[in-house]
Design a protein around this ligand. Sequence first.
Ligand SMILES: Nc1nc2c(c(=O)[nH]1)N[C@@H](CN(C=O)c1ccc(C(=O)N[C@@H](CCC(=O)O)C(=O)O)cc1)CN2
Ligand SMILES: [Mg+2]
Length: 289
Amino acid sequence: MTAQIIDGRALARKVLEDVGKGAAQLARRPGLAVIIAGDDPASHVYVRNKVRRAEELGFLTETIQLPDDIDEGAVLDEVATLNARDEIDGILVQLPLPEHVNTLRVMAAVDPAKDVDGLHALNAGRLTQGSGGLIPCTPSGCMKLIQSIIPDLTGFHAVVIGSSNIVGKPMAALLLEAKATVTQTHIHTRDTRFIARGADILISAVGRPGLVRGDWIKPRAIVIDVGTTRVPKVEGGYRIVGDVDFEEARDVAGAITPVPGGVGPMTIACLMENTLNAALVRQGELVSA
Ligand SMILES: Nc1nc2c(c(=O)[nH]1)N[C@@H](CN(C=O)c1ccc(C(=O)N[C@@H](CCC(=O)O)C(=O)O)cc1)CN2
Ligand SMILES: [Mg+2]
């Protein structure tokens, strides 16, 4: 069989259209502030894309560019300043931060009501309890992609390859909340291939090109590829590749996300959705995100 290709760009356009309509109802436009430290070229591309999308929606945006050798205290000061500013509804700290900066301490400093990445422990805890809060953008986008194919996940077996705080763990929590049966693997898991082969829904979020081969996939499974690794091209520049061997997978899977054009655009669309939701809550239009 040849798998259905799940078009992340098209679904992202729909999400953004709804966000635009929601934002138009607000008395004050949503404000998004982005902190970026250092000069990782990929991070700069992602931040530019986020800011551009936000501006297209008419949001207020602000980018705070910090040097690579910034000390943690100074990052925390920037966060505190943004927490205190009323016109800023969403604060995003682009990851990865420089090695010497403790990511969890920075995440903990963000006002949970403005935590549009959903990485503060309060939002992470609310997610595991199914009690609302702001949800990390990539897993949120993956859920929309999956549910565009299977709206009701009750009883389906989902396998999440990867256990990061930003994707793997919140992904598993969302799938569990949607009543799927969830298996999560990590770096020490033995025979991931065998586990993956049992998945009706297979999500790979590792960042290792070509990890998931055709024989890792159950026939007709939904495959969501979160990997976005930049691989240099011989002629110069780079291309983006996922974790899944796309050519092999498309012969086995029922539906699959491409890289690029799958999960990536949904990450940015869900960030805009979170920023709108944070603004709605902060402006008293919504009780909870
Ligand atoms: N604070 C955060 N940091 C990081 C996150 C995040 O959600 N919050 N996720 C990733 C990077 N990321 C967003 O920041 C991101 C990665 C990729 C894409 C994307 O649209 N990819 C395109 C290809 C883009 C290209 O050509 O370079 C695609 O897959 O189609 C969006 C966002 C780590 N850091
Ligand atoms: Mg660090």
